[in-house]
Design a protein around this ligand. Structure first.
Ligand code: GUN
Length: 281
């Protein structure tokens, strides 16, 4: 089975749009998401444009704030703080990665935690690990929604997550643990990666390197979720999984593009609405 992320994300966005319609009438104000992008990285530009487009679709006011790659950390922090102070702004997203002269964690921590739609602020990270989260990082949340809507059983099964980033790997492991998976968090230094991956009933790959996972690394019937988006020399997009060779081995697999990506964006809309609702309280 090929898991259709576009279709599942579309279903979510339709539900969210209905919620936003009701909330906007009730509270006489649309939710607003401010997206800050630094520099001109083409992949980042493409992502933020998709985010603004999805916001428009859901009835969320999406504002794009573009800053030059030469912007100082001080100036970027000033922009974040002005979004924090603006009562009309419900969600703030600073697109990562940032240029190397800027300390990412300082910027993430400067975002008001109640407007942190990415769930990257230390307050939201702590709440996730303490089981009282309201805002959970969008990609792992989207993957859980994909698994749920395709009816894949999780309790007691072995999930292997490859990649230990703050954005995907670490929160992913926690969400799978919450659904009673036995979780292995593997990474670039894992010994015998192929052997570890072959034990997975659910294999989630977020390493950012094309063709990291080949057919011989996948247990027959396993669910394979590919978070990678890599551009080949020919300009086509491919995941971290060698889709063509893994497809006949896997029980279910996400394509790239059209798998995890659209779900990440749908969950960003969910988180923006969640921040809006939390701020009403
Ligand atoms: N860069 C890649 N993924 C993400 C994400 O989920 N949020 C932000 N802010 N930047 C990213």
């Amino acid at each position: 089975m090929i898991i259709d992320g576009i279709k599942i994300a579309q279903h979510y966005k339709e539900e969210l749009r209905k919620q936003v319609d009701l909330l906007s009438v009730q509270h006489k104000r649309k939710p607003r998401l401010d997206v800050i992008i630094v520099g001109e990285n083409p992949a980042s530009m493409a992502y933020v444009k998709s985010k603004i487009k999805a916001a428009d679709y859901c009835g969320i006011d999406g504002e794009l704030i573009r800053l030059p790659s030469s912007v100082s950390q001080k100036e970027l922090l000033r922009v974040v703080q002005s979004c924090n102070a603006d009562a009309e702004v419900d969600g703030i997203l600073v697109q990562l990665p940032l240029p190397s002269h800027i300390d990412e964690q300082s910027v993430i921590t400067a975002i008001a935690h109640e407007k942190d739609v990415d769930g990257f602020h230390p307050y939201n990270v702590a709440n996730l690990w303490l089981n009282c989260a309201s805002i959970v990082p969008c990609t792992p949340l989207g993957i859980m929604a994909l698994l749920e809507s395709t009816g894949i059983a999780l309790a007691g099964r072995h999930a292997v997550v490859v990649g230990r980033s703050n954005i995907v790997g670490k929160p992913m492991a926690k969400l799978l643990l919450d659904q009673h998976c036995t979780v292995t968090l593997a990474h670039s230094r894992t010994a015998n990666l192929a052997e570890v991956c072959r034990q997975a009933d659910i294999l989630i790959v977020a390493v950012g390197r094309a063709h990291t996972i080949t057919a011989s690394m996948v247990k027959p019937g396993a669910t394979v979720i590919d978070v990678g988006i890599n551009r080949t020399a020919q300009g086509t997009l491919v995941g971290d999984v060698d889709f063509k060779s893994v497809l006949p081995v896997a029980g279910a697999i996400t394509p790239v593009p059209g798998g995890v990506g659209p779900m990440t964006i749908a969950m960003l809309m969910r988180n923006t609405i969640e921040c809006y609702k939390n701020r009403l309280k």
